[in-house]
Design a protein around this ligand. Structure first.
Ligand code: TRP
Length: 468
């Protein structure tokens, strides 16, 4: 235990790694298709509200808890209040479950790098069907998923500053520049205006409780919140770092990439006469169509885009794997490599189940959904939001207000004028808001049974927390 904790190499290294965790498939794959399914502009307004009033505050709270304790999620909760150990373990479980489907989509992105050169772009009209055939194939997506997961395992096995930091620093800016280029192309296509209207002219008639929960879940997912990821990252942070400004920078970067992805996709989607509610295939169908129209350079741009998307996914998935690994190291005293290989092996199995659930195993359901949706709905709509609620209650009601202020202002060295406002949000507003949204946002039999199942899991964890 007396080992000096590994630390981020530099301030910018931390910001890039935390932003790397936040910016990922959530922004580029998930945000556009959720916005498309939930009516566009109205969803985006609600989403932005949640990012500002809930996401930012929770991120700051997670950084603070992590740095104050210098421990990953489970250890951090345990150190401050033993009865909250379960909240940390819930986070580790969430990390496992997100990694149950994330590498599948990461694998799709990886596959599309190669596919850019092997005929993906040759017949624009067939791109949608090709995607459907690809993800339903029983073998091909499994191989790509395994490749994606293997890269994760290698990076995390090498340790925090060695692997994660370097990967993030180089390729995140590339992705950003590419998205800007695609967005410019997209808005200049004939007929693009309808897409901008869809994005920025909210149609409130389509909003219901489900829209709010989708937006809340997406805010947590996209900012990597509600499961101790940012607690873990914060635990590697030096005492001189400015926490509020770090949280602000990361939230802003994450949100701008999501909005940029929306601007890149929807104008083109409408210009091509496609359906906004097309679901999880959106980015894999619309973006290649844009490149297909470019002629000779299309495949090269397409490959660069999917390389950047894969790396964005990687810098996120390594943060998920790191949560699990940090737990095994801190709490179980395992070596890094052993922790990585064992958890990686389990993720190969869950990844296979998820991928197959979109094809040959689609008849195989649990609570009315396949493995992919099971992991997705359970984390995004249930565990993350409730994890955030528990964290807010924990910070607001079980931690000392003055100590929080000390930690957040580096002992008075920096100013944080919004402290009282933040504190009131975390203590009162956020727990109530999340409870209301979760209660009214769950729709249909499948989601309701998943919610009950999720709550039962949390209850079991809470009861056995002394043993965790
Ligand atoms: N935020 C990442 C994305 O948008 C995914 C992710 C990484 C995540 N770490 C997380 C989501 C922790 C929830 C919790 O792709």
């Amino acid at each position: 235990m007396e080992n000096k904790r590994e630390n981020w190499g530099s301030r910018i290294g931390f910001i890039m790694a935390a932003a790397g965790s936040a910016v990922g498939l959530g922004n580029i794959w998930r945000f556009p298709y959720l916005a498309g399914e939930n009516g566009g502009g109205a969803f985006i307004v609600i989403y932005l509200m949640f990012v500002v009033f809930i996401g930012f505050s929770i991120m700051l709270a997670e950084f603070t808890v992590g740095r104050k304790t210098g421990l990953a999620a489970v250890g951090a909760y345990k150190k401050i209040n033993r009865s909250f150990t379960f909240a940390g373990v819930l986070g580790v479980l969430s990390a496992f479950f997100i990694m149950g489907f994330y590498p599948v989509v990461g694998g799709w992105a990886t596959a599309y790098i190669l596919k850019s050169f092997t005929g993906l772009l040759s017949d624009p009209a067939a791109i949608g069907d090709m995607f459907g055939a690809f993800i339903g194939n029983p073998v091909e997506p499994l191989i790509w998923m395994a490749i994606f997961l293997a890269i994760n395992i290698v990076i995390v096995a090498k340790g925090i500053s060695g692997g994660i930091e370097k990967a993030g620093k180089i390729l995140m800016p590339t992705l950003f520049v590419l998205l800007i280029l695609i967005a410019i192309r997209s808005v200049t296509l004939p007929g693009a205006g309808a897409g901008l209207d869809f994005l920025f002219k909210p149609d409130w008639s389509v909003v219901n409780g489900g829209t709010f929960l989708a937006a809340l879940g997406q805010a947590f997912f996209s900012l990597s919140l509600g499961m101790g990821c940012m607690i873990t990252y914060g635990s590697y942070l030096s005492k001189s770092e400015n926490l509020p400004s770090s949280a602000l920078t990361v939230s802003l970067m994450d949100t701008s990439v999501a909005l940029l992805a929306g601007v890149a996709i929807f104008p083109a989607l409408f210009a091509f006469g496609m359906e906004p509610a097309a679901g999880p295939g959106l980015v894999f169908v619309v973006v290649p169509q844009i490149f297909a129209q470019m002629g000779g350079l299309g495949p090269i741009f397409s490959a660069i885009f999917f390389i950047a998307l894969m790396v964005a996914a990687l810098t996120s998935s390594v943060s998920l794997l790191e949560v699990v690994v940090a737990y095994l190291m801190d709490e179980r005293g395992w070596a890094r490599k052993k922790s990585v290989y064992l958890s990686g092996a389990i993720m190969v199995v869950t990844g296979i189940l998820s991928s197959l659930s979109l094809g040959v195993m689609s008849g195989f359901t649990l609570f009315g959904v396949g493995a992919f949706d099971f992991f997705d709905i359970l984390t995004d709509k249930i565990f993350l939001a409730i994890g955030g609620l528990i964290l807010a209650v924990f910070v607001g009601w079980f931690m000392d207000k003055n100590e929080l202020k000390e930690e957040m202002t580096n002992g008075g060295a920096i100013k944080f004028g919004l402290f009282e406002f933040w504190y009131a949000l975390v203590k009162f507003v956020i727990p109530i808001a999340i409870a209301i949204v979760a209660f009214f946002g769950i729709t249909g039999i499948a989601q309701t049974s998943l919610m009950l199942f999720g709550l039962a899991v949390i209850a079991v964890l809470a009861i056995f927390s002394k043993k965790l």
